[in-house]
Design a binder for this molecule. Structure first.
Ligand code: NAD
Length: 301
């Protein structure tokens, strides 16, 4: 059996088209567009390329996009002052502080200073609490887990009563996706197990999974024999395992591998995400959706 591919590159286009339509309608009916500010401190090359992609996507959707680039020696107080400015700015509905921040700045203090109602990354403790409560309390599900759930739902995989096993317990992927999948409601209602570095018999748990979500950051951790035949496998891992020359640009690019042995796993799974082209493109997509939703909450629509 060869698994159906769940492609983030395709699902992204569906969601972005829906967001763009809604932006047009809201602009016509209410005269406003979603506003997103990205605060970038310093010149970390990975952060710059990620932020560039965010800006391009926001422009494509007709958002107001503010790129606020700050020098690496900005003080913590100055950065907190900037956040306060955007918290009070009515044309801004989403505030994003690109991580990592320089060492002299307390990351937690900065993220906690963002108005929870503009925290489109969903990392503020208030939004983590809202996610835990679930249902209508949830405003901004964190972007990567939200993207994973969309991929599962849009590829028609049954989640109600499904055994979901999540490998990894980070605050940005493992814990939130586990929490989202156990909530009562559409695209969830699953029986969830979280496994991690201290789990005994990882293979035993993975083999029980109807939906296996792997976010460990260990290339090839999940072996094909750990996969239940027909299971849905979501590989969140993005691991640089080498470099190659791009056929398109002639430049050196990273060779990326997931946490699952893809070639063998696709012969056993029912559906599977590739790396790259799977979960990766979903994070920015869901950031745009959260920013649109922030405006909708404000307008009460
Ligand atoms: P993390 O390092 O914060 O957490 C990894 C988790 O995996 C930990 O909880 C750890 O307990 C668990 N783990 C590690 N090794 C394990 C092992 N051998 N057995 C069992 N559990 C193990 O990482 P993260 O931020 O959650 O990211 C995980 C992976 O997902 C990384 O490869 C990261 O690059 C990728 N990622 C991708 C996206 C995206 O595609 N948009 C977004 C976020 C993270």
């Amino acid at each position: 059996m060869t698994a159906k591919l769940i492609l983030g590159t395709e699902i992204r286009e569906q969601i972005l088209a829906e967001v763009a339509d809604e932006v047009k309608q809201i602009k016509a009916n209410h005269g406003v567009v979603p506003g997103l500010v990205t605060i970038l401190v310093g010149e970390n090359p990975a952060s710059i390329s990620y932020v560039t992609l965010k800006i391009e996507t926001a422009h494509r959707l007709g958002f107001k996009e503010v790129q606020d680039s700050q020098k690496v020696d900005i003080t913590e107080a100055q950065l907190l002052g900037l956040i306060d400015k955007y918290n009070k700015d009515d044309s801004i509905h989403g505030i994003l502080v690109q991580l990592p921040l320089p060492k002299h700045i307390d990351e937690k203090k900065v993220l906690n200073a963002i108005d929870p109602d503009k925290d489109v990354d969903g990392f503020h403790p208030v939004n983590v609490g809202r996610l835990m409560i679930g249902g209508s309390e949830v405003k901004f599900p964190p972007c990567t887990p939200a993207g994973i759930q969309e991929m599962i739902v849009r590829s028609g995989v049954e989640t109600k009563g499904a055994e979901v096993v999540v490998v990894g317990r980070s605050n940005i992927v493992g814990k939130p996706i586990a929490n989202m999948m156990l909530q009562k409601g559409k695209g969830a209602n699953s029986t969830v197990t979280i496994v991690h570095t201290a789990t005994k018999n990882l293979d035993f748990h993975c083999k029980r999974a109807d939906i296996l979500i792997v976010a460990a950051g260990v290339p090839g951790l999940v072996k094909p024999e750990w996969i239940k035949p027909g299971a849905c496998v979501i590989d969140v891992g993005v691991n640089r395992v080498g470099e190659k020359v791009s056929e398109k640009t002639g430049k050196k690019i990273a060779i990326l591998r997931g946490d699952v042995d893809f070639d063998a796993a696709k012969e056993i799974a029912g559906s599977i995400t590739p790396v790259p082209g799977g979960v990766g493109p979903m994070t920015i997509t869901m950031l745009m959706k959260n920013t649109l939703n922030s405006l909708k909450f404000k307008l009460g629509i």
